[in-house]
Design a protein around this ligand. Sequence first.
Ligand SMILES: [Zn+2]
Ligand SMILES: [Zn+2]
Length: 466
Amino acid sequence: MGVILQSFGAAGEVTGSKHMLKTGGKKILVDCGMFQGRRAESDAKNREIPFDPETLDAVVLTHGHFDHCGNLPTLVKQGYTGNIYATSATRDIANLVLMDSAHIMAKDYEWLQKKDPKKAVFPPLFDERDVLAALERFVTLGFHRRFDLPAGVQAEFYNSGHILGSAFAKMGFDAPAGRREIIFTGDIGRRGMPIIPAPEPFPSADYLVCESTYGNRLHEPVNDSQRQLADVINETVKKGGKIIIPAFAIGRTQELIYFLHLLKDDNLIPDLDIFVDSPMAVNATSIFRVHPECYGEEIHRAFLDHHENPFGFSKLTYVTDAEASKKLNERKDPCIIISSSGMCEGGRILHHLKNNIGNPANTVLVVGFMAANTLGRMIADRLPVVRIFGDSYPLKSRVKILNTFSGHADYEDIRSYVKAMDLKRLKKVFLVHGETAALANLKQVLLGSGVAAVEIVEPGREYELA
Ligand SMILES: [Zn+2]
Ligand SMILES: [Zn+2]
């Protein structure tokens, strides 16, 4: 039996990342993310780990986003006892994301049960104790610290420029024909984003497992995002509306806050109240403070210019208390509310959407990728009516999509990253973490750029690495 690559998630879709390297009788899993989308379908996929967790030998985690780390507690709950390797910032973020998820699942369950005790509901996948058990399995390593995995596999993290602590992982292994190297990109960022430095160049390798989120899209230039953000805010304020921004509490929220801070300093937006309604965002901001090793040049400068805190200023309020969060609904005057979850799958953003999408004066500002079948996607696609907490609400507010904030490379970025590799050595690129059209386009783009072979990974299928 040779060396096998097999994906159990984010194959032919974006969420649920789970990629396995099987070599020398050992199994190494890269990421163990949560599927997000239609409730019943994702619940079934998340509950059922498609391999025996007890027989798994190691887990390597690329970054702390929910679709990459979200189902680690289930893996441990179902018998995984090995190590979970990650950077220390990723471990801290995963802690926050998983604890928050346990909390949200418990709350949602309670709420749905109260609403309709007869209706079948989905009990939480895991609780806080399961999260703690998963956290105990973490082994943390900085970028460029080579580490040993079972079956003689050697691994190393590189900065992938996507969120704080995010990494792509290179692994060396013995194939029948000699030593080989494979890179798992995790999610790969862009050059010129605030806070996080640009992704490092991919080193030379034989195989690349590459994300494809925006495989058929081109982003507007990063340096235009501040102006576009200011325009949306000014237009909405003129109509007397509120700006509701669903955002990942970690990463995207800090970027928004940082940009709002700069816009305020330059008087480019009115003096309105800004609420970050997410208990997690407060903790996330403290994680940013203790991981200066992950900053780029720009944020170092920002810390100096703003005498310590680019994530705090006079009109900005972090809302942690649930009562204070509900009070925001009574506000009539224009304000900005940033809340999570980013894809509107749960959390306080649901209440803000419920209360605000019926008013044409308001704007829902979409700043991140919305996976298929999530509420966020339905809003981004401007469906006339959306369902929130089981009830129907007409979508009358303006919906504005600003993809300049995307933390993902577009297809030109990916083309340039891959082209910079040693293409004579690169045997094959495996495409994952994308929807059908994105995967198909990125395949053509890479083939057209001199990559020898490109494979769109099918879930469960075994690919031999020669
Ligand atoms: Zn991510
Ligand atoms: Zn992802």
